[in-house]
Design a protein around this ligand. Sequence first.
Ligand code: GLU
Length: 343
Amino acid sequence: MATACAQTPAATSAAKPNVVIVATGGTIAGAGATSANSATYQAAKVPVDKLIAGIPELSNVANVRGEQAFQIASESFTNEKLLQLGKRVSALVKDPGVDGVVITHGTDTLEETSFFLNLVIRTEKPIVLVGSMRPGTAMSADGMLNLYNAVVLAGTPSARGKGVLVAMNDDILTGRDAAKRINIKTSAFASAWGPLGMVVENQAYWFRAPVKRHTTQSEFDIDTLQSLPEVHIVYGYGNMAPTLYDAAVKAGAKAVIHAGTGNGSVPDYAVETLRRVRSSGIHVIRASRIADGFVIRNSEQPDDKYDWVVAHDLNPQKAKILAALALGKTNSTAELQRIFWEY
Ligand code: GLU
């Protein structure tokens, strides 16, 4: 008698989705000295083939193969590495033999890479970023189930067309606004606007859909992108030094993200410096150092008058990614602001 379990993966390998795991390092490939080392370990040690071999259950849900793009901790990502990864993922999703792509990634800058890929890869196919908070050598390591869930998601037809996704701690988040919000718990990733759904026992359950432009609806395209301009972030705080903006410009920034207090506010003694930065042709983008909420245009500061841009709900590091892409297309403040509203 046939079993009634509708979620049992198909038995023949031809019926299973083909998923490529592109590994970049991070804690999910980390190793500690003892099983009690949940927070002290070396990231980026275990090669992708060993990660895959450690989860035999993967072969029940997909035909999986691995590629080692990098073996780094994600704080060491650069613009060059983002471009290199993006071009490889773009090539993979163009392959008719690939149904979905999983990217293993350190959690520190996973939110930057997920947003970048969400903006530049023109595909309906699922692209899923995944990491872990504990190395595989630790008790209650979270990487195995996270990676298994990511592979399930990458092979799930209902994940198509939803933009780049993040699979962490059973949650499905959009790569646009998923962010690392706790640095020490397995529940590290969240979005101010909530998860899109969850993966539970080989099945994706959806509760929301993204409304911002992404992937096939994006005006950005990795295949024509050769480089990204420098964009730097200056943090706002009481008694901050306005000369930090000048340092960002000196470092080559074409735009400065002001990670302001509250509603992206700027200290009265720093306004003139920022206005001078804008007069010199460098864009000023007001974001907030607060994880939730969004910056309101012409509130706190007269953005129209000063010709500044607001980052909407994007955190400063995500605003940096979008600004760099936008500046490759336009130097107009109005256009930059349109882009910040739409993505
Ligand atoms: N800092 C390392 C990284 O981002 C380890 C953190 C992690 O992956 O959770 O790759």
